[in-house]
Design a protein around this ligand. Sequence first.
Ligand code: NAD
Length: 336
Amino acid sequence: MTKVALVGAGYWGPNLARVMNQSSECDFVAACDSNPRNLENVLRRYPTLRGYSSFADLLASDAEAIVIATPISTHYELAKRALLAGKHVFVEKPLAHTAELARELVQIAASQNLTLFTGHTFIYSPPVIKVKELIDSGGLGDVLYISLSRVNLGLFQKDVDVVWDLAVHDISILLYWLGECPVNGASFGRACVQKDKRDVAFLWLEYPSGVVASIEVSWLSPQKLRRTCVAGSNRTVVYDDMDPAEKVRVYDRGVNFIQPQTFGEFQLSYRMGDMNAPYIGSAEPLLNEIEHFIHCLETGQEPITSGDFGVKVVEVLELVDRTKIGMPHNPSMRPS
Ligand SMILES: NC(=O)c1ccc[n+]([C@@H]2O[C@H](COP(=O)([O-])OP(=O)(O)OC[C@H]3O[C@@H](n4cnc5c(N)ncnc54)[C@H](O)[C@@H]3O)[C@@H](O)[C@H]2O)c1
């Protein structure tokens, strides 16, 4: 079994540690964190792990694959060092803080014949997979537009704004569903609390197929929303990740345009059909994701969220950053 190690045991790393420990597909052998308290927390929970405070020492160990869950600004450097040390690499989203550096990681992985995987967890989530099946089956007709909302209170990040923290999920979901990258994009947002870091933003994207999408992200909403609407010419899907029972609902409802028979005639007919909520499995996305990583590095298969996939997501983040509209910072709302 492949020996895997975790670097970064802050907020998100312990979730990865749990599934790496749970999986029968890999041998979770070591954890590394430069913060002694965070390292201690993970070692206390999994006492058989070897612990490292230095990444260089971890790289010198017998771990064959490294899972990186450190802040985004560190992804490139740690992933590059791990690949050059001959380790397969899983990097939490987004792959790197620039597309150029992300592309370099892909090249290094290819030249070393190693697997580079990007941790876009939602792509391994059963409702997201179900919506992809519905789109690909043609049951929705032509996809017309997609709107996504991902808002809640905090967790404010130190090194990135809300777009690079939350919208990255939605951008990856759109890439997976549509299989294409946007040709146009813009973002409109505001930094209300921290200086120069947008905590609320609205993104608009236009795809080569004609699909338009909007993404709303916020760290300021008292209510947690994870709601997506995929409107098709035949049916419309509403995917609500906060709904415990019916996360995906398919509506046979819409509007048909009736070709006018006489001059001046204008008619629309409303279709008010059934709603059905397909069965969605309960598999855990994070466990699916780790096991897909292990499967790919053992078989040489290209991961669904490969390094290339990760590059495309960072390219979209850069696209919407290039066309940033709005106030960079509102001092009146900063805490005194
Ligand atoms: N897939 C998801 O749904 C999801 C959710 C949350 C966060 N994330 C991602 O997880 C990553 C980590 O986010 P977080 O919120 O846990 O950050 P965090 O700051 O809470 O934790 C990062 C940890 O990495 C350690 N660290 C930093 N540099 C290090 C180094 N050079 N060597 C060893 N340890 C080092 C820190 O001490 C800290 O314990 C980010 O990339 C974030 O985007 C993914």
